[in-house]
Design a protein around this ligand. Structure first.
Ligand SMILES: Nc1ncnc2c1ncn2[C@@H]1O[C@H](COP(=O)(O)OP(=O)(O)OP(=O)(O)O)[C@@H](O)[C@H]1O
Ligand SMILES: CC(=O)N[C@H]1[C@@H]2OC[C@@H](O2)[C@@H](O)[C@@H]1O[C@H](C)C(=O)O
Length: 369
């Protein structure tokens, strides 16, 4: 059985499409991948709708339909690359584009757009979407959702390992070798989002290639301690977060507290340490017997970040999911392909111990071809 997974993450750097094959009892296999661009105008509108603004309902309605079309194009492109036919694909799992994630609101919600009716209509393939809402309806955070896939794909019966996803936001999944011990996982805080926004402000680049700018700076201990004092880092799981909390206003608010603000490159170096140290603290606290850490997500290409993570995890082998047979850029999209499989099989996709949901639930809505 083949599935397509579609993901546009908090970094809004494009749509990832992964085509996987799933066999009963086996580990999913990556068959084809495609990175679909999001043009600057659409990216700008997504980013604008991530913040408060005028006429939001009207703009959101249109963007939802427009993104549905882009997701359908991404699915068609990965299908072409695979050489398979439409009839070979059982379903598309579409994460959508997160605009708001409010797990602590009076009525908690998480909003992903990219209309699934449009995807099903344009591709002619059954589409599963809106994965987070059911977990939230069951009392969960609605995130992170990838830990069940990490378990299916990467669990080792011999060695405790953690999977570290460094996207815009970072999250960890702890996979104890002992099957009697629960899988845990949560968002640790910022991944690349502050790094991207800080370099964009100073050099207009979309990201800090390989972390070179960060590597040219020196960590400001004072700033780092201030940033790490945010209560989110010490809060116990279940927890999840987003750009609603970790954004430029948050960073500027802390910078203002310093008598002498650090040089811009030193702020970037400190932000690398913030991501690395918040991840390392979480790993040491929640799976202290971890032997190995496998990184996925775009942060795996940031050498300064990978070095900082390894330095903060002495005794733990830090590498990328490439070593486990899945290139780091495609893990999230593959996860949503697999989650569509779970849904169609009537199997749960959430891990209640991770999200805090009251029970394991079959996730998402099904939009028939
Ligand atoms: N060559 C590179 N050098 C440095 N950083 C990179 C490189 N390639 C990607 N990145 C970083 O990875 C980010 C994208 O990562 P990814 O696609 O995993 O995020 P996402 O899926 O949007 O986020 P999330 O997982 O939070 O939803 C980019 O915004 C950039 O910061
Ligand atoms: C609400 C939302 O889109 N959250 C993302 C984000 O990016 C990383 C982290 O924050 C994680 O919670 C989640 O993504 C992955 C796919 C997840 O749910 O596991």
């Amino acid at each position: 059985m083949h599935y397509i997974g579609l993901m546009s993450g908090t970094s809004v750097d494009g749509i990832d499409a992964a085509l996987i094959s799933v066999s009963v009892g086996g580990r999913p296999v990556l068959v084809a991948t495609h990175a679909h661009p999001i043009d600057a105008a659409v990216r700008g509108e997504i980013q604008a709708l991530m913040r408060d603004g005028p006429n939001e309902i009207e703009r959101l309605g249109e963007l939802d339909m427009a993104l549905g079309g882009l997701f359908a194009e991404a699915a068609a492109a990965v299908l072409r690359k695979s050489g398979l036919a439409k009839k070979d694909i059982r379903a598309i799992g579409s994460h959508g584009q997160t605009l708001r994630h409010r797990p602590r609101a009076a009525h908690p919600f998480s909003l992903q757009i990219g209309n699934p009716s449009v995807i099903a209509e344009r591709t002619g393939i059954t589409t599963v979407a809106d994965f987070r809402a059911r977990d939230m309806a069951a009392g969960g955070q609605g995130a992170p959702m990838v830990p069940a896939f990490h378990h299916q794909m990467f669990h080792s019966a011999q060695r405790n390992r953690v999977i570290v996803n460094i996207g815009g936001i970072a999250n960890v999944t702890c996979l104890p070798a002992d099957a009697a011990q629960p899988v845990s996982g949560f968002d640790t805080g910022p991944g690349n989002t502050l790094l991207d926004q800080w370099i964009h402000r100073h050099h207009t680049h979309a990201h800090d290639e390989a972390g070179q700018w960060a590597a040219s700076g020196r960590t400001s201990r004072e700033l780092l301690e201030l940033l790490l004092s945010d209560p989110y880092f010490a809060a116990p799981p279940p927890k999840s977060t987003g750009r609603e909390h970790f954004n430029m206003e948050w960073l500027q608010g802390h910078l203002k507290k310093l008598a002498t603000p650090p040089a811009a490159a030193d702020v970037q170096a400190s932000l690398v340490q913030l991501t690395a140290q918040s991840l390392a603290r979480a790993i040491r606290r929640f799976l202290p017997q971890t032997l190995e850490a496998y990184v996925c997500g775009g942060g795996s290409h940031n050498r300064a970040l990978m070095t900082a993570l390894a330095e903060n995890l002495p005794g733990i082998a830090v590498t990328t999911t490439d070593a486990l047979g899945m290139p780091p850029d495609w893990v999230e999209a593959a996860a949503f392909a697999w989650l569509a499989h779970q849904t169609l099989e009537g199997l749960p996709g959430n891990i209640p111990a991770v999200t805090g949901a009251g029970h394991a639930a079959i996730l998402g809505g099904i939009y028939k071809a």
